[in-house]
Design a protein around this ligand. Structure first.
Ligand code: ZN
Length: 263
């Protein structure tokens, strides 16, 4: 049931965002859907099969196990349920922010994470373009965090649903009025804010690491307000991969094991 709710919500948000992108796009896509969607959606399907076969519900089950054993910070504190739930959401989002920072700063992690950044355009399907090893590693990291925190199990499910929905939203190519966007940004990551993270300029790629809420970037000085070349003219992707035609599915799977190219 939990899996069904997660999948239905993810699919619903995805369909909503691609509909919105179609009706009101923020930018013209220079590399079209026909070229990119089979690769991005292919990776998503592949990752889903791997997760199903391995550790799909591992986060939730770890939280249940930690709570039964009384393991982790929150299980020792006996906070009211609502407070524990909120702390779990915030702490996991905080942990994922730092994972993302280290994925850019530490070359072994960048090898995997660069797959996400090689997309030469930016739309809702970019949100699912990840190397399967990065997904597995990320799940392992989350499990460690869940045990240390003694996370509230229902909040772990809520966190996954929110993270998925937020990523689909903030990767989408939708036009949101700039004034509304700047208000929304005080709390949430908007597409205009996250698009900067997909800029070819290194100083911009290494900024705006958040997934759901914008406070971590503001707090830790990684927030960039606007791209140097403007939202509609800025170049998306990674410089070494912009010259060649779109990387295919198998090339992306092999990319982390190839010589690292200088950004
Ligand atoms: Zn990144």
């Amino acid at each position: 049931m939990e899996t069904f709710i997660r999948l239905a919500t993810a699919l619903g948000i995805f369909l909503m965002m691609i509909g919105w992108e179609y009706l009101s796009p923020r930018r013209q896509l220079l590399v079209g859907r026909k070229q990119r969607w089979p690769v991005n959606i292919g990776l998503a399907a592949f990752n889903m099969i791997i997760m199903r076969l391995s550790i799909g519900a591992a986060g939730y089950l770890s939280a249940v196990d930690a709570s039964e054993r009384g393991f982790g910070l929150l299980n020792g504190l006996a906070l009211p349920h609502g407070l524990g739930f909120t702390v779990t959401l915030l702490a996991l989002d905080f942990a994922i922010y730092w994972q993302h920072v280290f994925s850019h700063k530490w070359p072994p992690l960048w090898r995997l994470h660069q797959v996400h950044h090689t997309d030469p355009a930016f739309d809702a399907t970019t949100a699912v373009r990840f190397h399967p090893l990065e997904i597995l590693l990320s799940m392992g990291y989350k499990i460690v965090c869940i045990y240390l925190l003694g996370a509230v199990p229902e909040a772990v499910i809520a966190f996954e649903i929110i993270l998925n929905g937020a990523a689909t939203f903030n990767h989408s190519n939708v036009a949101i009025p700039v004034r509304f966007d700047s208000k929304l940004r005080w709390l949430f990551i908007t597409p205009d804010m996250h698009r900067i993270h997909h800029s070819v300029l290194r100083s911009e790629t290494d900024s705006n690491y958040g997934f759901s809420i914008s406070c971590w970037d503001r707090l830790f000085g990684t927030y960039v307000d606007n791209p140097k070349d403007g939202q509609t003219a800025m170049m998306i992707g990674l410089k070494p991969f912009r010259q060649q035609s779109e990387l295919g599915f198998l090339q992306l799977l092999a990319l982390p094991f190839k010589a690292l190219r200088k950004r």
